[in-house]
Design a binder for this molecule. Structure first.
Ligand SMILES: Cc1cc2nc3c(=O)[nH]c(=O)nc-3n(C[C@H](O)[C@H](O)[C@H](O)COP(=O)(O)O)c2cc1C
Length: 201
């Protein structure tokens, strides 16, 4: 087993209750295999998005994606925060996620961002099933991306994604990020966020 395979094993969630294996195995990698995601696999990711639940089936999610070597890829990279720029170009594919702000009747769709998130959940687990690691990023200058990609009025950039098949070389990361790639994964306890019958502070 090589170092990167060892890291993937060590990153498997130490759950208190048994859950679906793909959920346990998922984490947010900063290194990826140097191999482009195939068109077939890309379509499978978007197919998983298509079948997400959404309020009134409004499907408010949108995506702009670009492959390494394409101008769009460089543009997405330029919109990322410095922290994300340190590792995101290890990914063969970058995406921007967007949502449609209003419903077709012209009212604000309160659930648009919720539903984009839900679709990203589907994409993330589908990706995991295909051996693709997916790293969500809030660290993007949304306004810059909005202008750079001439996004139509009524649509908002939410986040960015870095995707690639799990693999790559840990040595591609600076020292601080190497540590984070192998750091212990921690979570709140269930009783800190799930309350039976009444609110708890
Ligand atoms: C909406 C969202 C925004 C995030 N933004 C960033 C980011 O800008 N940079 C980054 O390195 N990680 C980012 N992450 C990854 C989280 O830090 C990561 O999911 C969290 O630390 C838990 O680690 P895990 O995904 O490996 O379980 C983001 C995750 C989400 C869901």
């Amino acid at each position: 087993m090589n170092r990167e395979e060892q890291i993937r094993l060590e990153n498997i969630a130490d759950t208190e209750h048994e859950i679906f294996a793909l959920l346990k195995q998922r984490y947010s990698p900063r290194i990826f295999e140097e191999k482009m995601i195939s068109e077939k696999d890309l379509n499978r990711l978007f197919e998983a998005v298509r079948w997400s639940a959404s309020s009134f089936n409004r499907q408010p999610w949108r995506f702009i994606y670009a492959k390494k070597g394409e101008d769009g890829y460089t543009s997405i990279l330029e919109c990322l925060t410095d922290g994300n720029k340190k590792w995101a170009d290890n990914a063969p594919l970058l995406m921007i996620t967007l949502f449609k702000e209003d419903n077709d009747e012209g009212e604000k769709n309160f659930y648009a961002l919720h539903d984009l998130g839900l679709s990203l959940g589907n994409m993330t687990i589908q990706a995991q099933y295909m051996g693709i690691g997916l790293h969500h990023m809030a660290g993007i200058d949304q306004e810059k991306a909005q202008k750079m990609f001439e996004v139509s009025d009524g649509f908002k950039v939410a986040s960015a994604l870095a995707l690639g098949y799990y693999g790559g070389n840990i040595e591609a990361l600076p020292e601080d990020l190497k540590k984070r790639e192998v750091a212990e994964r921690k979570r709140k306890r269930i009783d800190q966020f799930a309350f039976h019958g009444k609110w708890k502070n």
